[in-house]
Design a protein around this ligand. Structure first.
Ligand code: ZN
Length: 160
């Protein structure tokens, strides 16, 4: 069967950047399963999956606008360390959970100068074209329970 809205898709992937460095790959975490049409994978990849079959292998490049978003300079801000919880133990590369108007957000510390801490709220892959190498292993209809839960059960999906 081909991939349509409501299909469960199990696939292998390798994600590389413009320099051909591997960002992520299913060879580490195993094949990934998702419910097609629900925005569970990046939009550009989901579009490229539509209508494919089990056994298909393909490559697709996803622009940031359909990937993890464009890099937004306004999401980079400098805050005083003493206004951050645990401010005396901060390090460059550390991730922090913050509350904003848009809900909970993960930000990355990119620079520390004295009491000035630069934090970046962009997704680590924002602004980066994503090169996917995809191999589709299995396509099946979602069970009633999976549709109700809104996620895939079993290999590559949720385990309750
Ligand atoms: Zn479930």
């Amino acid at each position: 069967m081909i991939i349509i809205h409501g299909s469960v898709v199990l696939f292998d992937y390798t994600l590389t950047d413009n320099e051909k460095d591997v960002i992520d790959s299913s060879s580490e975490g195993g094949a990934l399963a998702y419910l097609h049409g629900e925005g569970q994978i990046v939009r550009g990849l989901e579009k490229a999956m539509e209508g494919r079959n089990a056994g298909d292998a393909f490559q697709v490049t996803v622009d940031p606008s359909e990937g993890y978003g464009l890099h937004d300079p306004s999401k980079i801000v400098v805050v005083p360390a003493d206004e951050i919880e645990g401010g005396d133990e901060l390090e460059v590369g550390m991730q922090l959970e913050t509350e904003s108007d848009e809900g909970e957000q993960t930000v990355l510390i990119t620079k520390i100068e004295g009491n000035n801490v630069t934090i970046d709220g962009n997704h680590p892959l924002a602004g980066i074209p994503l090169h996917f190498d995809i191999k589709i292993r299995e396509v099946r209809a979602a069970t009633a329970e999976e549709t109700e839960h809104g996620h895939v059960h079993g290999p590559g999906g949720h385990h309750h």
